[in-house]
Design a protein around this ligand. Structure first.
Ligand SMILES: [Zn+2]
Length: 307
């Protein structure tokens, strides 16, 4: 049976791009007679206050989403992540990294967020004595040692994806120096625990997928199928940004009903040929991955009324 999931990170308000992912994940699972789970990815607790989670749940209810099983919250699953870490450590796959952000990204100003820079392996071969003396000065992040191995998979929308773990990803962080678990580890542990067979999410996560597939194998899980949704843009073709208050849900919900917006998303992504209001349930029998666009998905102009 298909087990899908929608797993938003409540670091801000949901936007239409998140809702499109939720809609496609939900429709894919429901149309296959499967289960669809909701997981709140608030593992980075300082960035994900409870208030955001409440808003996120309210927004999803407003759109008419229903979920199977309990809602998982990553902020409550630290013991599970600790178990997975212990398992990886027992296999000698984890090492402490004492590099500072400035050392890793000298070209970046502080606080620009994570980048895709490949870790050069600076701390990979520290002796236990070297590591112990560095640990007196600074608490380390923990990295997973990756092999010189190529991971490939077939994405339902993006086609063949292939990455060499050593060259394209590098050893990656599974627990941060502040003690919080990394996104990759939390995501994989939860997908395995929930028996997820199908992952539908934004294309921005595509490059993290080979790492997650590798980690899934190490932790004894089965690799799910993947569909990475193209970028959703505004009517001018610009990426949706948090600053576009015209397109945030508070503003949109004043001008449109939930069914208006679902109809607009269904048209924009290719599921329907014209715009007309729809409920999620109505779209279940019509759902077909072959109709979903592979290139950028452009919204109609939503600054006025119903397009
Ligand atoms: Zn390091």
């Amino acid at each position: 049976m298909v087990v899908g999931r929608f797993a938003p990170t409540p670091s801000g308000r949901l936007h239409l791009g998140n809702l499109l992912c939720a809609m496609l994940a939900w429709l894919s699972a429901r149309s296959g007679g499967g289960r669809i789970l909701l997981r709140i990815e608030d593992v980075d607790t300082p960035r994900c206050p409870d208030r955001n989670t409440r808003l996120c749940l309210e927004d999803l209810r407003w759109f008419g989403f229903s979920w199977d099983g309990p809602i998982l919250r990553q902020s409550e699953r630290t013991p599970e992540y600790e178990n997975a870490l212990a398992e990886l450590q027992a296999h000698g796959l984890v090492y402490p990294c004492f590099c500072t952000r400035a050392e890793l990204h000298p070209e970046l100003a502080p606080n620009l967020g994570d980048t895709q820079t490949v870790y050069p392996g600076t701390c990979r071969n520290l002796t236990p004595t070297e590591a112990a003396s560095k640990a007196l000065i600074r608490s380390p992040a923990l990295r997973l040692r990756v092999p010189d191995e190529t991971v490939s998979f077939e994405d339902r929308l993006q086609g063949s994806v292939c990455e060499n773990l050593r060259r394209d990803c590098g050893d990656f962080v599974i627990r941060r120096s502040d003690g919080l678990f990394g996104y990759q580890l939390a995501c994989v542990v939860d997908d395995i625990a929930s028996g997820v067979t199908e992952v539908v999410r934004g294309r921005d996560i595509l490059s993290a997928t080979p790492r997650q597939i590798y980690l899934t194998g190490l932790l004894g899980g089965t690799t799910p199928s993947y569909a990475h949704i193209p970028l959703l843009t505004d009517a001018q073709g610009r990426r949706l940004a948090k600053r576009d208050h015209d397109l945030d849900l508070t503003a949109l919900s004043r001008r449109y009903t939930a069914q208006d917006l679902i109809g607009i998303l269904a048209f924009s992504c290719g599921l329907r040929d014209r715009i007309c209001p729809a409920s999620l349930e109505e779209l279940v029998p019509e759902f077909d991955w072959d109709r979903v666009r592979r290139d950028d998905i452009r919204l109609p102009d939503l600054t006025g009324g119903m397009p």
